[in-house]
Write a protein that binds this ligand. Structure first.
Ligand code: HDE
Length: 713
């Protein structure tokens, strides 16, 4: 199907993107291309195709007279503008997305008949949207929040949506509680405060009255909720799903995405500052990373649970507040996803994409998880108001790449011109087309998994869903010491903002004390609550050993590809060192920015002018993973620059590698910073480059944390 796309041959591409287009095209991109419009070399026209002679002035009764109603050009333009906005998503409103593809490692037909998991040479196009949950479209990226991780696979058997999060569990067990949860976390209704935050009374009121949320909230208070960037997040399908193979054998599965870039986070002070300095931090990073060709990659895997093992765990696999530790059921790798192309138009693609957990393909099916069951209804329903009617599947980004024909007709925004007289089935007028397809291994009709159900119609939670604390405890006990401290700090920060004392007390006594007494006591002391001496419920003794896979320390990066290094230069800088750093970074595929005291070029020690990428105030240390101060013959420039000194203090405070070359090593003493494995000095970059790489691979100098607290930055 073609749109009103201009078929002109005009070249509009920004230099370089043409090549990118050709390189990273896919079946889906080619389909989208049909709808793209390129105005280069074209006349400005109205939507009715009339050429416009004057787009600067409205039609008036005399040059100083009133505007005439007959000015159809003005009216059309203003009317369209007046209706440019659509409702934002009720949750996950702020998002960033990219195109890419998924490729299976091998034929997984024993597990599933889903075709995109069969042929290892096949690249299935994907569109992936990452999001925050609480804030509106314009809110900051680095707030403490869960991140959405939605993947639309455009398979040859129809669209498959894996609509997950970067946290493997959820706040509630039953969909009926979702509106309450969202009302509690969203800005409060009387004053619409706070934006992008859960640190307020209504959220903690609900949470402290809803113990099933204990496990999820532990994750939310951990470093997972302040990711360093979008491509260093794990993703999880959360619910238990089913795989069905061509013989009809069903197995339960849990989906996992593992980023090949490692899993790393911001530190809290940094996250808060970035929210002000660069609210688009994650969006910009994803965009730049893809534009620079450092395509992020994830491995998709599943934990497979045989049907006969459904009840062998201490928890219910249908309960979305529980994980199955990888240590108990290892992950079977399925394939790899690569994001290699930015969207062309934010609204058309990222905003209009409509995900739905009910979009599945043959070989994949649902479980009876009551949270999932509710989601199956909600997503299509919400698109009706968000995208304005039942034809949102016709919006280019939402169209499957395979043909789709049925007897659904008409409705608002219908694009398809259905031919024929019979819009019903069965019919004898149009040869009974389109016809059903019986189930088959590939390209067969969808058949629901035949599960035997025998039960009473009942409004009740299964008793197997009743243990809310042992996995929250498992999570806490599986974290490293620094990560545990961050959880304590996060609860203290959030509860410190809660005004009503009884909500603070209830959270400490009825939630935290049941998870871990020491955690509860430490938070209690921080927020002025009497520390509890025991919990309020008997937490069952379950067979769960601390699981290293729950700690981010198990997923440190294996290379420094796309890691960002700020190289501070000022007058008198040694140009040879700058050259060495740039060459090293090129080899390691790290990203280097030359940052100066101002955007103006600096004069090197050889008297040449060196262009900088940015000034310190527009690229502060919080945007980087490490900072290098280049040696030079005028260190006074740096020594007397308050902003520069603050830059270094912040680098140290945020536990990043700090390299001070040449005489700049003195700055450590001047700033009264204690040297450690992350403070590196030497006469040349070659002296420190290996240690810098090691520091970047460890991501932060955790041992510095107690000292860093005292740094006034
Ligand atoms: Fe969602 N969720 N959700 N959710 N969700 C939406 O759908 C909903 C849940 C998730 O990038 C909405 O199109 C209910 C779990 C993501 O466009 C809405 C319940 C998980 C996204 C909706 C849940 C998610 C959404 C809002 C409880 C992780 C963003 C706009 C039964 C597995 C998708 C929209 C995107 C979006 C409903 C719970 C993830 C209102 C009723 C659990 C990543 O339909």
């Amino acid at each position: 199907m073609k749109s009103n796309t201009d078929k002109s041959t005009a070249k509009s591409k920004v230099a370089g993107t043409d090549t990118l287009d050709r390189q990273n095209s896919s079946e889906k991109i080619q389909q989208l291309d049909e709808f793209k419009s390129d105005a280069t070399g074209q006349a400005l026209r109205t939507n009715q195709g009339v050429k416009v002679a004057d787009d600067l002035n409205s039609l008036k009764a005399g040059v100083r007279g009133s505007t005439l109603l007959e000015d159809f050009i003005l009216r059309e333009k203003i009317t369209h503008f007046d209706h440019e906005r659509i409702p934002e998503r009720i949750v996950h409103a702020r998002g960033s997305a990219a195109h890419g593809y998924f490729q299976s490692y091998k034929n997984h037909s024993e597990l599933t008949k889903a075709e995109f998991l069969q042929d290892p040479t096949k690249q299935t196009p994907v569109f992936v949207r990452f999001s925050t949950v609480q804030g509106p479209r314009g809110s900051a990226d680095t707030v403490r929040d869960v991140r959405g991780f939605s993947v639309k696979f455009y398979t040859d058997e129809g669209n498959y949506d894996l609509v997950g999060n970067n946290i493997p569990v959820f706040f509630i067990q039953d969909a009926i509680k979702f509106p309450d949860l969202v009302h509690a976390v969203k800005p409060e209704p009387h004053n619409e405060i706070p934006t992008g935050q859960s640190a307020h009374d209504t959220f903690w009121d609900f949470i402290s009255l809803t113990p099933e949320s204990a496990h999820m909230v532990m994750w939310q208070m951990s470093d997972r909720a302040i990711p360093r960037n979008l491509h260093s997040m794990q993703g999880f399908g959360v619910h238990t799903f089913r795989f069905i193979n061509s013989k009809g054998k069903g197995r339960f599965v849990k989906f996992h995405w593992k980023p090949l870039q490692g899993v790393v986070s911001l530190v809290w002070d940094e996250a808060q500052k970035i929210a002000g300095k660069d609210p688009d931090f994650h969006r910009r990073d994803l965009w730049d990373t893809i534009e620079s060709g450092h395509y992020p990659e994830w491995e998709l895997g599943v934990q497979v649970i045989e049907e006969e093992d459904e009840h062998k765990f201490d928890f219910d696999i249908l309960d979305a507040t529980k994980i199955i530790p990888e240590e108990l059921v290892p992950i079977t790798p399925l394939g790899k996803m690569i994001l290699n192309r930015n969207p062309d138009n934010f609204f058309a693609e990222t905003e209009q994409v409509a995900f739905c957990p009910a979009h599945i393909v043959p070989g994949i099916d649902f479980s009876n998880d009551p949270l999932l069951q509710g989601r199956l209804f909600s997503y299509t329903d919400t698109q009706l108001s968000r995208l304005g009617g039942p034809n949102f599947h016709e919006i280019p980004i939402n169209r499957p790449v395979c043909p789709f024909h049925n007897h659904q007709r008409d409705g608002i925004h219908r694009n398809t011109i259905n031919k024929g007289q019979a819009s019903y089935h069965p019919n004898s007028i149009d040869g009974n087309w389109p016809q059903e397809t019986p189930p088959a291994a590939a390209q067969g009709g969808f058949e629901s998994y035949q599960e035997r159900i025998d039960g009473h119609k009942i409004r009740q939670r299964s008793p197997s869903f009743s243990d809310h604390f042992s996995q929250a405890r498992l999570f806490f006990h599986s974290l490293s010491k620094p990560e545990q401290q961050h959880v304590i700090n996060a609860y203290s920060f959030e509860l410190g903002k809660v005004q009503r004392p009884w909500i603070r007390e209830r959270t400490v006594n009825e939630i935290l004390a049941n998870i871990d007494l020491e955690l509860a006591q430490k938070v209690a002391l921080n927020i002025g609550v009497e520390p509890p001496t025991k919990g309020t419920v008997e937490v069952p003794e379950v067979n769960l050993q601390p699981a290293p896979s729950l700690s981010q320390m198990s997923f440190l990066p294996k290379d420094i590809k796309a890691r960002k290094i700020s190289v501070l230069v000022s007058n008198g800088v040694n140009a040879d060192t700058v050259e060495d750093i740039l060459n090293w970074a090129l080899k390691e595929m790290a990203v280097v920015k030359l940052v100066g005291p101002s955007p103006a070029p600096v004069k090197t020690s050889k008297g040449e002018m060196l262009k900088v990428d940015a000034a310190m105030d527009s690229m502060p240390s919080i945007m980087f993973d490490a900072v290098v101060v280049v040696d030079g013959d005028d260190i006074a420039d740096m020594q007397q620059n308050g902003e520069g000194l603050h830059y270094l203090l912040e680098t140290y405070k945020h536990l990043k590698p700090l390299v001070l070359l040449g005489e700049h090593a003195q700055l450590l003493e001047q700033l009264r910073l204690t040297p450690d494995e992350g403070t590196l000095s030497g006469n040349s970059f070659a002296d420190v480059q290996d240690q810098l790489k090691q520091g970047l691979l460890k991501h932060r100098v955790w041992a510095r944390e107690p000292l860093a607290k005292m740094v006034p930055a």
